[in-house]
Design a protein around this ligand. Structure first.
Ligand SMILES: Cc1cc2nc3c(=O)[nH]c(=O)nc-3n(C[C@H](O)[C@H](O)[C@H](O)COP(=O)(O)O)c2cc1C
Length: 229
């Protein structure tokens, strides 16, 4: 990314990256990214977030454990409430982006093997060289504010990474089996695991990395009250 990139360049250019070069990411670059992300706002400036940045062998153990347990049918043990309900409009958008991704990857509707391979890639955090596990202080568990703050910092993180030429995908599949993540990343009991972010240098030859997902228009999701026009 060039040094004169504007905020608009970053947010409109960023997209989820699900294919990575097999090159390590220097710790110093990740520290710079985190430094930028830490400017995210939080409720009362409480900054409830913490990050465990995992690479190498511990990350491989997480990938293996997550995959093995999911394939064995161990129920999802994510530490956030996912909720069961989903509206038809949400389902439609979910299908929309899946169609975009499967389309460019050449995975047909009835290609069970191809679909399974994609799911397994997700469990492996898309083989990214780095996983940033975002956690928050357990003392705040039960309030919606800490997860909200983690969302803010995670968005800041993926944009900051993009500004340094790094690609990310926020990846709830990667923490599907949270005890595995906790064990191999050594996450202390006073932390709640919120999400992980797979990070690395984008592989420009990986078709899914080119997908630009759709967004609602401003007119569809914003109401203006008290404006003259
Ligand atoms: C909380 C959260 C969890 C996500 N989990 C996954 C995941 O498990 N697998 C995946 O491929 N993408 C995951 N994503 C990425 C979204 O699919 C992606 O952000 C969305 O489709 C918009 O695309 P974009 O990031 O390219 O703009 C997740 C995103 C968020 C915010």
């Amino acid at each position: 990314m060039n040094e004169t990139a504007t905020y608009a360049d970053i947010v409109t250019g960023r997209r989820s990256i699900r294919g990575f070069k097999a090159e390590p990411v220097p710790r110093a670059v990740i520290e710079e990214v985190l430094q930028l992300a830490l400017r995210a706002p939080s409720s009362h400036n409480t900054q409830p977030w913490n990050f465990t940045v995992v690479a190498g062998e511990p990350l491989d153990r997480i990938r293996a454990g997550n995959t093995e347990r999911n394939l064995a049918g161990v129920p999802d043990s994510r530490e956030f409430r996912a909720g069961g309900a989903i509206g038809p409009q949400h389902r439609e958008r979910q299908i929309d982006v899946a169609k975009q991704l499967f389309g460019v990857m050449g995975i047909a509707r009835d290609d069970k093997e191809g679909r399974m391979d994609w799911v397994l890639r997700g469990f492996r955090q898309f083989d990214a060289p780095v996983s940033v596990v975002v956690t928050y202080d357990k003392v705040l568990e039960g309030s919606d504010i800490a997860p909200f703050d983690c969302g803010a910092v995670t968005n800041a993180l993926v944009n900051a990474a993009w500004s340094k030429g790094l690609g990310c995908v926020i990846n709830s599949q990667g923490i599907m089996q949270s005890p595995v993540v906790r064990e191999h990343a050594g996450i202390p009991e006073d932390q709640v695991i919120m999400i992980c972010v797979a990070m690395g240098w984008p592989d420009d030859d990986f078709p899914a990395n080119a997908v630009v997902s759709n967004r609602k228009s401003v007119a569809e999701c914003a109401r203006f009250v008290g404006f003259p026009d």
